[in-house]
Ligand binder design. Structure first.
Ligand SMILES: *Cc1c(COP(=O)(O)O)cnc(C)c1O
Length: 383
């Protein structure tokens, strides 16, 4: 086994994170109700993604649920989501009593297809959650136009898309609301954590109250103007996130360089399909490097694992096939006497058989390691 046996690990950290954690520890202000580290990180992250407001919270799953609830999505409302994504995109709708309706993805990009989403709209549809899967921004022009035309809230699930930009603007507040995750695997992490972004002061206030037991900014401690959860992030998490955010541009440049290297090495290989270049994508979040390998995905995966690239993965089982999600969704629609729309999602089915993921830590490798990864993929294909 070559040096690729020691592919990079994640997270990356050094004394800076340790120093920041100790500062919070010794301040005695461990929660955001007494300290100001969360508030400082919120300002910094909002600026990084060019959003008017940022509200941190416990994780990226509840970020989506809170974004939907802040937008007024509730019991029996339909929320259009892609089936090729992490389960949180759909379960978030269920957590607020809403019904996730799956619309198919584009086979070239793995992203929600605007035409399929539009075809899934009914009179009960209230929102669309678009996912910038792998860090690749979805077609936000099409989705914001859909939102305006049909009076729908557009939520960007940007859990995998820190630093990504669409037509020059960072993602997150291009739709009505955007959500990010800081869970262990993500490109900025504190082990767990999440944030909601929006340009709307009204939506930001609603998100703040949902995260802070119904309190209002500047209001009293026992002044609960609405029913909210306690979903606050700790000061320790925010301290780590501030350092991780400073580290992000340099690591992204490295991921971008390695993703280009892989693209150059694999784009002409017969049997491998890569997502097409798109000038609208002015920065890719580079959370996953995804390949489609029709007929030979499993063989390539097996070969990669055997040669030490054991973090390569077959990716998602599509959610329109997930029994738990379907049972919960139909429990809601049955109670309300509503139909449960289930458009066919053949592209998601095909992609789940053909897709291979290389996770983001692999994009932090040396040029030699990156080349041996590309070579291992090429050599695993039948000639
Ligand atoms: C990670 C992830 C989430 C959920 O974030 P958590 O912080 O793990 O709850 C939601 N959507 C997508 C696409 C994700 O990758």
């Amino acid at each position: 086994m070559g040096d690729h046996a020691m592919m990079p690990e994640w997270p990356r950290y050094d004394d800076e994170e340790a120093k920041a954690l100790l500062e919070v520890l010794n301040s005695g202000k461990w929660g955001s109700t007494s300290g100001d580290t969360v508030a400082t990180f919120e300002r910094e992250f909002a600026a990084y993604q060019q959003a008017g407001h940022a509200i941190c919270l416990a994780n990226g799953t509840l970020a989506i649920a809170v974004a939907l609830r802040a937008a007024g999505v509730g019991i029996g409302d339909e929320v259009i989501v892609p089936p090729y994504t992490f389960i949180a995109t759909a379960s978030a709708a269920l957590f607020v009593g809403a019904v996730p309706v799956f619309a198919d993805v584009d086979p070239d990009t793995h992203l929600l297809d605007p035409a399929a989403a539009e075809a899934a709209i009914t009179e009960r549809t209230k929102a669309i959650v678009v996912v910038h899967l792998a860090g690749r921004p979805a077609d936000l022009d099409a989705f914001t136009a859909l939102g305006e035309r049909h009076g729908l809230t557009i939520v960007e699930d940007a859990a995998q898309a820190h630093g990504a930009a669409y037509k020059g603007r960072p993602v997150g507040a291009i739709g009505d609301l955007g959500t990010f995750s800081f869970q262990s695997s993500k490109n900025i992490t504190a082990g767990e954590g999440g944030v909601v972004l929006t340009d709307s002061a009204e939506l930001a206030g609603a998100v703040y109250s949902l995260v802070n037991v119904g309190r209002v900014p500047g209001g009293g401690w026992y002044q609960h103007e609405s029913v909210g959860y306690n979903l606050r992030l700790t000061e320790f998490q925010a301290a780590v996130l501030r350092v991780q955010l400073r580290r992000h541009p340099e690591l992204q440049a490295l991921r971008e360089r390695n993703a280009r290297h892989l693209t150059d090495a694999l784009s002409t290989v017969e049997g491998v399909h890569l997502a097409p270049e798109d000038p609208a994508i002015t920065a890719h979040g580079r959370h996953l490097f995804m390949l489609r390998i029709p007929n030979h995905r499993d063989a390539v995966l097996k070969s990669l694992t055997a040669s030490g690239f054991d973090k390569a993965s077959p990716g998602y089982v599509p959610l329109h096939r997930n029994t738990a999600v379907l049972q919960e969704a139909t429990a809601i629609t049955n109670r309300l006497g509503q139909p449960y729309p289930h458009p066919p999602c053949p592209n998601a089915d095909t992609l789940s058989q053909e897709t291979l993921w290389l996770p983001q830590p692999y994009l932090l490798a040396t040029p030699t390691q990156t080349q041996s990864l590309a070579t291992a993929i090429t050599n695993a294909l039948p000639r």
